[in-house]
Design a protein around this ligand. Sequence first.
Ligand SMILES: *Cc1c(COP(=O)(O)O)cnc(C)c1O
Length: 382
Amino acid sequence: MSNSIDSTSLENPYILLTPGPLSTSPTVRATLVRDWCTWDDDYNLGVVTPIREGLVNLASSIAPEKFTSILMQGSGTFSVESMIGSVVPETGKLLVLANGAYGDRLAKIAQYLKINHIVHDSGELERPDLEKLEKALDADAEISHVVVVHNETTTGMMNPLEDIARLVKNAGRILMVDSMSAFGGVPLDMEELQIDFLVSSANKCIQGVPGFGFILCRISELEKAQGIARSLSLDLYAQWRGMEDGHGKWRFTSPTHVTRAFYQAMMELEEEGGVAARYKRYCENQRRLVTGMESLGFRCVLPEAYQGPIITGFHEPDHEDYTFRKFYDLLKEKGFVIYPGKVTGIDSFRIGTIGHVFPEDIDRLIEAVSESMYWTKSGAAL
Ligand SMILES: *Cc1c(COP(=O)(O)O)cnc(C)c1O
């Protein structure tokens, strides 16, 4: 078997401007070198339990006692599927707010699990229609749960979570949030917003390595979820009981190395100054990115008012010599990996600004982009 990747080098050849997996710190990666016993207190009490407590404190500072956290094997989608499939009862009806690929995925999960659901799709470039939401909640008493993506990673759009939460809670329904690409990097308090369930994963804003997700739950609502799950391995209630009764023990094989790395990542989040400080860094990264890219003639896909600090879409140059592949390869050679676009009908590419990435890295990126604009000799005007 031949392998062109030098597996003996511990240095990253490039930084990942892709929001998950993303670039992690050398100290997070360094924790991966040792093995852990899933039966032992060193792991369950020393690693899993403090992670669970730490996540609850990130979820709500005003009423952490009302929440619990559950870690779930798999990528982020597994945790979303666990939440939806374990919380909406057979008699329930789910309203999905969608404005991108991740919103569509929420609906697809409901479809696979044969959960009664309706979808409000506002299109990839628009925010959810709040008036339509309010009317639907008013008109349809069957709707028991609402689910929405916080930061729609398809475009980088930050959905108006506060407004949505207010409408859903005024109508007395259960609110679930896919905050995969925002939690830990964008300030939020689940109690303040009255969110009942929220999902994120190890390899997004907390800056761990991929391998598990986590679900933050309002305990009073989670207690009602016994026996609802449509899947054994993704049974949220059973996973919770397992972790509570076993003092940090996962029901099935735990991704031990990934979990230990995540613990390190959580400590580094705290050292940085918590979510507020991380949010500030991400915002600065994104601000420099947009300023730099616009100075080179690129245009953002989203209006500024909708744009979050996580990932930004740019229109591709309208030039016959341009291909994403070639642009991508040139940037990769210079140490930066970017993301293809995902918006239907718009030729675009995306650049993430989360992870172990700092404003100086973004300045270097802009230099690299400027040097990689092979389709324009002057290096300006698209
Ligand atoms: C990353 C992400 C997910 C989960 O994707 P996985 O590939 O399963 O980890 C879900 N929702 C959003 C908004 C995301 O950004």
